[in-house]
Design a protein around this ligand. Sequence first.
Ligand SMILES: *Cc1c(COP(=O)(O)O)cnc(C)c1O
Length: 223
Amino acid sequence: MSTGLAERLASVKARIAKACERAGRPVESVTLVAVSKLKPAALIREAYAAGQRDFGENYAQELRDKAQELSDLEGLRWHAIGPLQTNKVKYVAKVASAFHALDRLEVARELSKRREGTSPLPCYVEVNVGGESTKSGLEPAALPDFLGQARALPGLTLVGLMSLPPPTDDVARARGYFDALRELSRSHGLPGLSMGTTHDFELAIEAGATLVRVGTALFGERD
Ligand SMILES: *Cc1c(COP(=O)(O)O)cnc(C)c1O
């Protein structure tokens, strides 16, 4: 029984390779995170069988349940990519290989506490480069203070910046958001850049993304 997932995975990887080529970057410089939120564990197994290892989940309890159900898949890495409430930090701290939506010190402190005694959790600080008041993420101006405090926490390692800019069909505008995040990452000495989704991952790679988060192009539309 084929769902076409292996073909879609191959096609996304080919598009990533092309974007890397256009940007003059080695293909290994970009990690594909397959965003499996709201999709069944069976599809994750199928993607794993096709060679995929990095998976992204938005909701802490869903992450906890899937990690348990799929604990036999060796080398699978979970990326927690959604906003996190303090009381759910424990689920992420326990199973995640990286957290991509760090924008509150309270969450940072709790994550750090829960990782003490194990390896520090690699984190991407979420920045609001789209300037929308409803979106999560820190304002660029709030970064220095936030980084100063978060960098002191022993259970975390800040590895980069993350953003989910408002979707737009205006290519220049999308590039503008991605370029802004890259410049911030340079100026703050955080080389990781988690940016780009199904809609715009090629542009994100051309702008320097080290990690793209792609759901729909791999798993289809979500309900
Ligand atoms: C859902 C989600 C994605 C994936 O979006 P697609 O459009 O399905 O590729 C990426 N990043 C975040 C933070 C998400 O919530």
